[in-house]
Design a protein around this ligand. Structure first.
Ligand SMILES: *[C@@H]1O[C@H](CO)[C@@H](O)[C@H](O)[C@H]1NC(C)=O
Ligand SMILES: *[C@@H]1O[C@H](CO)[C@@H](O)[C@H](O)[C@H]1NC(C)=O
Length: 363
């Protein structure tokens, strides 16, 4: 994959030129990943310019002696500076970048020592004209053909040209959301035209209620969006999906109409079925709840005339929708009855102190 001889071997200089001329362009231009190659090259050119900026003040003490000026200007176009810049062109893990720099080091050196005055734009000289992995903006593909809609304003400014600026792609347009068509001059569904001629097209969003439209309001709809319907005045209005007899929601949910749609929300825990939010909108109350002030309200089973916790030494604790019978303090359940655990004070102490292994000298 690397038929070009390395530099430093004098007899092959002529072969190298031939090699560069004949082998490199097809190898790179028609490569399997021309977009990636261009991105890599662009990265190299960017890092080179960054390196130029970073080394601009080097070897310059800030004074302005003749000696310093001479040293500076020498450094400015020196091999030392070039090497410093080249060292930082690629992250060490970036194989493709390192490969490209290695492959074209001669080109970069040639540019640095001989051509940079004439071709100050490294990206253009290196990536477009020399390695031929990129194209000028607005063009694409192996031959840098103009993008659809022209290279000046690809896709008429309303989309992205496939392969734009690279040797890849097919120049077709992917339009921005508002636009459609091969040239991104048509308005997409949900947008209408506010300006259009052969080269320019501007589309704006329809009203929320419209699928397609001719203007900005809900009266300008050609077709209504799903969830909306035309009324007698040809205006698209929201369909109330919740107004139907059979709710579209589950039994333990209520239906909430929204613009163009609806949502199902959970009923209150005290309800068996409901028509809205909260314990006041229950169709029926869950067992353990009863209607009080027009709301499903928890029944306090512990306060009923008839006792519910019947064993000795047990307390009744009310819970939402139910109750619990538990042994009283310093009693514990054993074989279905509540038996005493010990002195009251001891029990409290054990509960209050953890871990139990901690010292209790005062006990
Ligand atoms: C098309 O419209 C744009 C924007 O208003 C304008 O700049 C351009 O000159 C127009 N082109 C033609 C051919 O009318
Ligand atoms: C529906 O949208 C209109 C404005 O278009 C707004 O005034 C109204 O509150 C919205 N209704 C709902 C249920 O979101």
């Amino acid at each position: 994959m690397k038929p070009c001889p390395r530099r430093g071997s004098a007899p092959v200089a002529a072969a190298l030129v031939l090699c560069a001329a004949l082998l490199l362009p097809p190898a790179l231009g028609a490569g399997p990943r021309p977009r990636q190659a261009c991105a890599t090259c662009r990265g190299i050119a960017d890092r080179f310019n960054q390196g130029l900026a970073d080394t601009a003040k080097k070897n310059f003490g800030g004074g302005n002696t003749a000696w310093e000026e001479k040293t500076l200007s020498k450094y400015e176009s020196s091999e030392i500076r070039l090497v410093e810049i080249i060292e930082n062109l690629c992250d060490s893990s970036n194989f493709e970048c390192n490969n490209m720099v290695e492959e074209h080091e001669e080109h970069i050196e040639n540019w640095w020592f001989k051509l940079k005055k004439k071709y100050p734009d490294l990206f253009k000289w290196f990536c477009i004209e020399t390695t031929e992995v990129c194209c000028p903006a607005g063009t694409y593909g192996p031959d840098c053909l103009a993008c659809r809609g022209g290279s000046e304003r690809p896709c008429h400014g309303n989309g992205h040209c496939d392969g734009d600026g690279t040797r890849g792609g097919d120049g077709s347009c992917s339009c921005n959301r508002e636009y459609t068509g091969e040239f991104c001059l048509e308005c997409a569904d949900g947008y209408y035209s506010i300006l259009k001629n052969d080269t320019h097209s501007v589309c704006a969003a329809c009203h929320d209620a419209c699928k397609t439209c001719t203007g900005s309001t809900d009266k300008d709809c050609k077709d209504c969006k799903e969830g909306w319907i035309k009324n007698e005045e040809e205006t698209c209005v929201d369909v109330d999906e919740c107004a139907v007899e059979a709710s579209p929601c589950k039994d333990d949910q209520y239906c909430l109409n929204t613009n163009g749609s609806f949502i199902c929300k959970a009923c209150d825990v005290s309800c068996v079925g409901c028509t809205g939010e909260g314990p006041g909108k229950c169709k029926n109350c869950l067992s353990g709840y009863t209607i009080e002030d027009e709301k499903c309200t928890d029944i306090d089973e512990c306060n009923l005339a008839e006792k519910v916790c019947l064993r000795e030494n047990e307390d009744c604790i009310n819970t939402p929708g139910s109750y619990k019978c538990v042994c009283s303090e310093s009693f514990e359940e054993k074989d279905g009855i509540c038996v005493q655990t010990g002195k009251r004070g001891e029990e409290v102490e054990t509960l209050a102190t953890a871990p139990p292994s901690a010292g209790h000298e005062d006990l």
